[in-house]
Design a protein around this ligand. Structure first.
Ligand SMILES: Nc1ncnc2c1ncn2[C@@H]1O[C@H](COP(=O)(O)OP(=O)(O)OP(=O)(O)O)[C@@H](O)[C@H]1O
Length: 353
């Protein structure tokens, strides 16, 4: 790590601290995530190392895509237990930009929101095509590059290979995703969810762009969040949700409470019909009917994206939402094949995607 000169702290979360740094060899600006120390040689240390390896392998799977933060190197010191992930520096996070004094509370215009959403959906489609679930998409994990106008997804700390398509799949933990962006199936305790948890979260991000930073479902608890979801989207369709009855929390009284029809359209009266089609398709309670990222990108809303002059700090397929989606496909590609990441102090292994 002596190759990097630490500059300033740029972020901190549950798993570590992120610094802006300079690569002494090239002069380039990078971001270094220092993961909280791993807890020695015992079980805690092993779990820490496994989590570190998983984050690095998911990042590696995403190398080369313009909407995904680029991994440069990773380092685990077996003696001190310290772990570092070196990435390209990719700008300020969307959560900070939305809170910014200059634009606090100012909604993104529809073309600006569309530009951000296109980039995020392309990133998600690419991730999903590589068999990775991000599981923590939210404005704090979206980076906007003021100079290049780029939009990138970061923080793969909760990501993991999607095993739901495997013949023998290990159960997934429902305790993922930040509360306000947590899909209904997660709140209801699903252990075999799929990429729909990410597209739900992107629906929440889209809503937040259009409101200028007001979260759509700012619940105080899981059930408060679900209550807000059903109040806004209606709960009539839950009855036609195939796997609903088998979800651990399906018996909760909240799910049986009579509700008026959804009022999502009333919350976004100025949004075009094409934009609303994407928003409503992403915020579909039934996971099997929710738009996949690849399908969302084929919606007409993205057809009429003209040249939009947006400053980066303001920046930013048609299976209709009334048909259950089939398997998702993806047009986004990667410049790098899956291989081995430069992990110092750790034996590198081929990626499991
Ligand atoms: N490559 C990067 N370039 C610029 N900023 C970054 C980069 N990676 C992370 N950050 C900043 O650091 C913050 C924290 O990083 P990250 O989300 O990876 O940490 P975390 O501990 O997993 O956070 P959380 O607990 O919120 O999920 C991000 O919200 C973002 O603002």
């Amino acid at each position: 790590m002596e190759d990097y000169e630490r500059l300033v702290k740029i972020g901190e979360g549950a798993s570590g601290v992120v610094y802006k740094a300079r690569d002494r060899r090239t002069g380039e600006t990078v971001a270094i995530k220092r993961l909280r120390a791993g807890g020695g040689n015992g079980e805690a240390g092993a779990a820490f190392e496994a989590a570190f390896r998983r984050e690095v392998r998911c990042l590696e799977a995403c190398r080369g895509h313009p909407s995904l933060v680029a991994l440069r190197a990773a380092h685990l010191d077996p003696y001190t237990g310290e772990a570092f992930i070196v990435m390209d520096y990719a700008g300020r996070c969307l959560a900070d930009v939305m809170r910014d004094d200059g634009r606090a509370g100012k909604p993104f215009t529809e073309p600006e929101a569309r530009r951000v959403m296109r980039a995020l959906l392309e990133g998600a489609a690419a991730l999903h095509a590589r068999g990775v679930l991000h599981r923590d998409l939210k404005p704090a994990n979206v980076l906007l590059d003021a100079r290049g106008g780029g939009v990138r997804i970061c923080d793969f700390g909760l990501s993991r290979p999607d095993t739901t398509a495997d013949a023998v799949s290990s159960p997934l933990t429902p305790g993922v995703a930040t509360l306000w962006y947590r899909a209904p199936e997660l709140i209801l305790g699903s252990r075999d969810y799929d990429a729909g948890v990410d597209t739900w979260a992107l629906g929440c991000v889209m809503a937040e762009l259009l409101t200028g930073g007001a979260p759509l479902f700012p619940g105080r608890s899981e059930m408060d969040t679900l209550n807000r979801v059903f109040d806004t989207l209606g709960a009539q369709d839950v009855a036609s949700w195939c796997a609903f009855a088998s979800l651990p929390r399906a018996g909760n009284a909240l799910c049986r409470r009579p509700r008026p029809p959804g009022r999502l359209r009333e919350v976004f009266p100025a949004l075009s019909d094409a934009g609303f089609h994407v928003l409503a398709g992403l915020l579909e309670c039934r996971p099997e009917w929710r738009l996949s990222a690849a399908d969302a990108l084929r919606c007409p809303w993205f057809d009429d994206e003209g040249p939009v002059a947006v400053a980066a700090h303001e920046a930013v397929a048609a299976a209709p939402a009334d048909e259950p989606r089939a398997s998702s496909s993806c047009s986004a590609g990667f410049s790098a094949a899956a291989g081995c990441v430069n992990v110092h102090g750790v034996a590198t292994e081929p990626l499991v995607a």
